[in-house]
Design a binder for this molecule. Structure first.
Ligand SMILES: CC(C)(COP(=O)(O)OP(=O)(O)OC[C@H]1O[C@@H](n2cnc3c(N)ncnc32)[C@H](O)[C@@H]1OP(=O)(O)O)[C@@H](O)C(=O)NCCC(=O)NCCS
Length: 174
């Protein structure tokens, strides 16, 4: 459970029964089906998907309202995780559900011995989870995005972020 300013959100790893609800969340959160299709493609890619690192936050009935996904990527040759996408049903946005799902996904990753996570997203949002500018750590991308949108996090202070270029899982098409 993760406390927020308005709720204590329950979070858990996705189950097979959650798959349609997760698709509905991602479809509702983004303007096109691109991100929902990406989630399905990642789930079908054994090189990318890691069971237990697709996390939902649920409402009081146990229905998923938020989703955060960590999949395998690499920084040069070093294994890392990519946080993408994160999505919350519009009616539940800005009530802590997205943060709860993200924090739980990062906790699960740490418990599995994962050390490094990258994200592309809102530079005002992800620093609250400990993400810092990727470029400052010597991590680059093979695509052109605003520098501040690319962030990275080490889950183990004893293992600093590796330098290199992020290599995304194939479904990202990057
Ligand atoms: C972005 C998103 C995952 C955040 O989840 P959430 O549950 O709405 O956010 P939380 O309640 O956990 O956190 C609220 C904080 O997030 C910030 N936030 C929410 N959406 C944001 C956005 N689009 N840009 C920047 N900050 C955002 C709020 O300003 C708020 O900040 P505060 O705590 O300083 O007031 C969710 O709003 C969403 O699905 N948005 C549409 C899809 C999207 O943009 N996904 C992320 C792609 S990088």
């Amino acid at each position: 459970m993760t406390a927020s300013r308005t709720h204590t959100w329950h979070t858990r790893a996705e189950t097979a029964a959650d798959v349609p609800a997760i698709r509905e969340i991602v479809l509702a959160a983004f303007p096109t089906a691109e991100e929902a299709d990406l989630v399905d493609a990642l789930r079908a890619d054994p090189a990318a998907w890691i069971d237990g690192l697709s996390v939902v936050a649920t409402d009081q009935h146990g229905a998923p309202v938020a989703h955060a996904l960590l999949t395998r990527c690499h920084i040069d040759a070093a294994p890392a995780l990519c946080l993408a996408p994160c999505a919350v049903l519009p009616a539940h946005q800005r009530t802590g559900a997205g943060s709860a799902a993200i924090r739980t996904a990062l906790d699960y990753a740490r418990e599995r011995g994962e050390h490094h996570v990258v994200v592309l997203g809102h530079p005002e949002y992800y620093p609250r989870f400990g993400f810092t500018p990727a470029s400052a750590a010597g991590i680059g991308l093979s695509i052109d995005v605003p520098d501040e949108a690319s962030m990275a996090l080490t889950l183990d202070d004893a293992d600093p972020l590796p330098r290199g270029t992020v290599r995304y899982a194939a479904p990202f098409g990057i």
